[in-house]
Design a protein around this ligand. Structure first.
Ligand code: DGJ
Length: 754
């Protein structure tokens, strides 16, 4: 890995074994992307890859040739107003509202080992300077006294470039940022498709794949959180790119607030990608001598399909984004009482759930919503984080002690960012809620949002949550956030700084998380937002796992976990077995199918174990014992999406995925058949990631046993890795001769090198 600087050609070459990222200075002194792709020779010079042509209607700069038109050249951090009519990365206005036409030119640069730390924002990191090399390009607009630092980090062992930007006002007057993207990538082709992850509550991160078309296309959030509607991640892939071959560039924003990911196909076959804070509703007063830091964007390049992209980003997130004591540490098997009791519980009920769960092998009991204030439904008490003595007369400490005495860890749900209008906190501090107490405030789930941009609110929450965490043996927190933000104004900000609100809100959330995780490093935080409404890399820097979706139906989860897996590792995906009929869709699936799907995540149960029959309890006991033996593989193995259906999004009738251990000696393969078929044909499922020269002992467990176990007969025993990759598992034939398993059947194959 190296970052090379060729002064004569004014060229920077970021290069490792996987990729080259080459930046050249244009004739006007601004930086341009000459190339991103497979590694090119370090001896070559590549500025000539940028084409200059004089076209009709071109604009050009005085003193420079007419062939140099900003609209047709790639630009690393484009500004508006000098002939580039594509969307810009940076936009300013002056105090009097006058737009600034900014002309950023290279002034200097620095190449250094390691990766600098970001104070207020989450970011990937290095544990030693040998892991990465960084480049900071210093650009300047002398006339307007604006300095922009473009930061790049290339990781040694990954095809990943981290980018972010610092924007500095060296003038004497404030200026207003209207847009400050984290990065723009100008690609020399329009032959790309966009893959992104869209949805809503209960159906988060469903994969969408669509060709890019001329013009502007965009996804994003303006809701105050990264959102279930769109995830702050996208992939730009060649039309023929598949899981195993082809070129793609993954883009992931390490941020939890309003974001946008944009693509603009220009009129001459180029594509501009942009990623960063959503400019909609954003402005930032950059006072004299102040610096604005953008969130970090990660670009993952692959020439070998989505699978390779996924493995690299999973490893980086597991090892160099998730931090502290939970970095690469196995996650506990939990039981959560939410779907077992909702708000209706008392200490007796909780203890009996915990006792049964312990007996079945669970490791952590999580007390969900309803333990505080006068909370009996969702209409009151958020903000009053004092135990409800009617439900829990002995208090939290007594409950937690009784649970830990059973041999379980104790975890607790909170929703710190919220306040119910019917709460003591709101009665004392109506101005702490977002919006004005004198104007109408929109409710969501009967609640308002606390103004996390205000330090007194963050301080209050830190003291309150610290008090709770110190009062009882609590080793896990589920941090929920159950609504989007409306009336986005803050009583703490002057009128000309209201555009800063959303970003300041999320900085406040990060501040609270940072302080809590520093003081309570042993606590495992799981972020949640009405399910997976804030499942993003920003959160993962503090909360190593996230509740993937409130929809715990195994079949729905195929699509959700499929989409989520492109960027986020299974260790981060909260996945639970819940009761049937499923509470979200009413579907009845076999208990083992529910477990098999949830195994590929941070596993747990979300049901009342006391309602299980003795036979079901035995199965759950077996599931937990099995998961404990294979947990490292499920949580930290390399994840391969094998079969997702015709549209490749996990919605097919057959869905299959697998995990392979780092040393390739163990693997687990899940096959789900959504609807039963009569007399199905034979099929093969090609496995991936195995060592072709190793023999693997295969065992298969069907979710539903039938007389005619064809899949068992054909596949069990010793088979070589090459055969499993080139011929595959032999499937089909299980449905005939009285052998039908019904709908939602599944099989889990385990492979162990012999
Ligand atoms: C939404 C979460 O996603 C659920 O798991 C549960 O914690 C409820 N909130 C509690 O109100």
């Amino acid at each position: 890995m190296a970052i090379l600087w060729h002064p004569e050609e004014k060229e920077f070459h970021l290069r490792n074994d996987y990729l080259s990222y080459i930046i050249t200075l244009l004739p006007d002194g601004s930086p341009a992307l000459a190339y991103i792709g497979r590694p090119l020779s370090p001896d070559g010079r590549y500025g000539r890859l940028i084409r200059f042509e004089d076209r009709a209607l071109s604009t050009h700069q005085p003193g420079l040739p007419p062939s140099f038109c900003l609209e047709y050249v790639p630009r690393e951090y484009p500004t508006y107003g000098r002939g580039d009519f594509r969307f810009p990365a940076l936009e300013f206005v002056c105090e009097n509202g006058m737009p600034l036409v900014v002309d950023l030119q290279y002034r200097s640069h620095r190449i250094y080992s390691g990766k600098p730390h970001l104070d207020e924002l989450p970011a990937t990191y290095c544990e030693s300077d040998a892991e990465a090399e960084s480049l900071t390009l210093v650009l300047e607009d002398r006339a307007h006294q604006i300095e922009v630092h473009l930061h790049y980090t290339l990781f040694a062992n990954h095809p990943i470039v981290a980018r972010r930007v610092s924007i500095h006002n060296s003038g004497s007057k404030p200026i207003y940022l209207k847009r400050a993207l984290s990065a723009v990538l100008d690609l020399d082709s329009a032959d790309w498709e966009m893959l992104h992850f869209a949805g809503a509550w209960g159906r988060e991160r469903h994969l969408v794949r669509r060709p890019l078309v001329p013009g502007f296309q965009s996804i994003g959030s303006s809701r105050g959180s990264s959102s279930a509607q769109h995830n702050p991640s996208a992939i730009f892939a060649r039309p023929n790119t598949s899981e195993t071959s082809g070129e793609a560039i993954g883009a992931l924003l390490v941020y939890s607030g309003n974001f946008s990911i944009d693509a603009e196909v220009g009129s001459h076959g180029t594509t501009r990608l942009g990623i960063g804070i959503n400019p909609f509703g954003f402005s930032w007063k950059l006072k004299s001598t102040e610096t604005f830091e953008t969130p970090e964007a990660l670009f993952v390049y692959t020439a070998q399909g989505f699978g390779e992209m996924t493995h690299h980003i999973h490893r980086l997130l597991n090892r160099r984004l998730i931090r502290g004591q939970w970095q690469k540490r196995e996650r506990p098997i939990l039981i959560n009482n939410w779907e077992a009791t909702y708000f209706q519980f008392d200490e007796y009920k909780l203890l009996s759930i915990a006792r049964s769960a312990k007996d079945l092998g669970a490791e952590l009991f999580v007390l969900d919503d309803g333990w505080f204030g006068r909370r009996k439904d969702d209409t009151s008490s958020l903000g009053d984080w004092k135990v409800n003595r009617e439900k829990l007369p002995g208090g939290l400490e007594s409950l937690a002690r009784k649970i830990t005495d059973l041999g379980l860890s104790f975890g607790l749900w909170i929703e710190p960012e919220m306040v119910s209008p019917d709460s003591d906190l709101y009665r004392q501090h109506p101005d702490w809620a977002i919006g004005s107490p004198f104007e109408k405030r929109t409710l969501g789930r009967n609640q308002l949002v606390l103004d996390m941009s205000r330090s007194e609110v963050v301080d209050y929450l830190f003291d309150t949550i610290s008090g709770i965490l110190s009062s009882a043996p609590i080793s896990y927190i589920k941090w929920d956030m159950n609504r989007h933000i409306t009336e986005p104004v803050s009583a703490g900000l002057p009128p000309d700084e209201q555009g800063e609100f959303f970003h300041r809100y999320i900085l406040g959330v990060y501040r609270l998380y940072r302080r809590l995780t520093q003081v309570f490093p042993h606590v495992l935080f799981e972020s949640c937002s009405a399910g997976g409404n804030r499942f993003d890399a920003g959160m993962l820097a503090f909360a190593p796992q996230a509740w993937t979706s409130d929809d715990s139906d195994a079949i729905e989860r195929l699509k959700i976990q499929w989409g989520t897996s492109f960027f986020y590792p299974p260790s981060a995906m909260g996945a639970h077995v819940s009761a049937v009929p499923n509470h979200q869709v009413g579907r009845i699936t076999p208990l083992w199918t529910r477990a098999f799907v949830a195994f590929f995540g941070a596993f747990g149960y979300e049901l009342d174990p006391e309602k299980l029959t003795e036979a079901e309890k035995a199965e759950v006991r077996e599931q937990i014992a099995f998961y404990k033996q294979w947990r490292i593989l499920f949580q930290f193995g390399d994840f391969y999406r094998l079969e997702g259906g015709r549209s490749g999004d996990g919605s097919g009738n057959f869905v299959a995925w697998m995990s392979v251990s780092e040393d390739r000696r163990r693997a687990a393969v899940l096959v789900v058949q959504v609807l039963a078929q009569p007399n199905p044909g034979f099929s093969h499922l090609l496995l991936r990631g195995l060592d072709p020269s190793l023999n693997y002992q295969i065992r298969v467990r069907p979710a539903v046993a039938v007389k005619n176990e064809a899949s068992l007969r054909y596949n069990e025993g010793l088979r070589r890795g090459d055969e499993l990759e080139y011929v595959g598992l032999l499937l089909g034939g299980d449905g005939w001769n009285g052998g039908s398993r019904g709908d939602f059947a599944s099989w889990l194959f385990t492979l162990e090198a012999h």
